[in-house]
Ligand binder design. Structure first.
Ligand SMILES: [Zn+2]
Length: 370
């Protein structure tokens, strides 16, 4: 009876199940929070899209573009997801991201007390949230960042080999050993393709191995992962045969450090302009990949459905393999329909490591919320 009444007040919009926003509710997509809200006629509450409560029947759900529209239903705000308040996730993530930037930019490692003061929280609370969001203590994060930090920039493009050597490799590390043969190369080789375009790049070190980041004027154009830094530089050359490659300067180091930080702690997100180059089809696939939230996986077949090309599973696998922006375009979140990992351009072990890491940070987020 109540249900009938509620239905009459809110005539069930049959299209909710087909609305793309419903898929985001089903996925409990945190990135949808703040974009829209939904109300559930049968329970008389309204929620934010990521609400952890048991999923409602879409026939009883109404979508609202604004919080005011959700309130206008006369329903109660859900106690679990607190749709009226700022998202806890968003607040915590912003707080932790600010602390990470502070650690990265400090010459000396900030103390826990300093970080907590800057965040306006108690040391204990700050430490707990930081660990939950990143999976690391602030001290561990600082250590990881130090290890990853690109050591030195280059003033100009005069000696590309020196730039590679200085920009990416610790003098005591194994990358230093591996890079020595680069010293025999001349910068002219890097410029042979012509000077129509300049690509800045640097190599850093992450827990997944060497990481090369390269940018055009428009944005980050390549993120490459591998064991051998030299092979990454050659790979970059193959991808941009006509471009002038320029070893990283000091500004560029900071960007590489951010990408390394994102690889270490995917929950922080990577909000960088990308220079995505590919065919129209590849761009559609890559866009669909960017819509997969951290901590989730989808099958090649599912991507095929999502881009409206249900028979193109093979072409989608090929587009994933052609991705030159590792992690930023998360092709590692695509797996086979039967759950098998399938291939990864940068090695199946790295794919496994990335997925494990993202699943861990997703679980940590949930436990903070609960
Ligand atoms: Zn809720």
């Amino acid at each position: 009876m109540f249900i009938t009444l509620a239905k009459d007040l809110h005539p069930a919009p049959l299209q909710v199940a087909d609305d793309p926003r419903w898929a985001r509710i089903v996925a409990r997509d945190k990135s949808a929070d703040g974009e829209f809200w939904y109300s559930v006629a049968t329970t008389g509450v309204y929620c934010r899209p990521s609400c952890p409560s048991r999923r409602a029947n879409p026939r009883n759900v109404q979508l609202h573009g604004t919080l005011d529209q959700a309130r206008a239903t006369g329903f109660r705000p859900c106690r679990r997801c607190n749709p009226d308040g700022p998202s806890l996730e968003a607040g915590n993530a912003a707080m932790v991201a600010a602390a990470c930037r502070r650690i990265e930019q400090s010459e000396e490692e900030p103390s826990l007390g300093e970080l907590a003061d800057a965040a306006g929280r108690s040391a204990g609370y700050f430490h707990r949230i930081f660990k939950a969001v990143t999976g690391l203590t602030p001290k561990d994060y600082a250590a990881a960042h130090r290890a990853a930090r690109v050591r030195q920039g280059l003033e100009d493009g005069a000696s590309v080999t020196t730039a590679i050597y200085d920009a990416g490799f610790n003098s005591s590390g194994r990358f230093y050993e591996k890079s020595t043969f680069m010293l025999g190369m001349t910068p002219t080789r890097y410029r042979a393709g012509g000077a129509h375009e300049e690509i800045r790049f640097a190599v850093g070190e992450s827990s997944l191995g060497a990481i090369l980041v390269a940018s055009s004027q428009k944005g980050v154009a390549s993120i490459l992962l591998g064991d051998d830094p030299d092979a990454l530089v050659r790979d970059l050359q193959d991808r941009f045969p006509k471009a002038r490659l320029i070893g990283g300067d000091r500004d560029y180091e900071a960007l590489v450090a951010r990408v390394v930080g994102f690889v270490e702690v995917p929950a922080l997100g990577l909000d960088l302009p990308l220079d995505v180059r590919g065919t129209a089809f590849q761009q559609r696939v890559w866009q669909a990949l960017q819509d997969i939230p951290v901590g989730r996986t989808v099958s090649y077949a599912e991507i095929a459905q999502r881009i409206g090309a249900p028979k193109a599973t093979r072409a989608i696998a090929a587009a994933c393999a052609a991705n030159s922006l590792a992690v930023a375009i998360p092709c590692h979140r695509v797996i086979r329909k039967d759950g098998a990992l399938s291939g990864y351009a940068w090695g199946a072990e790295r794919k496994r490591a990335l997925l494990d890491r993202e699943a861990a940070s997703d679980n940590a987020n949930r436990s903070v919320r609960a």
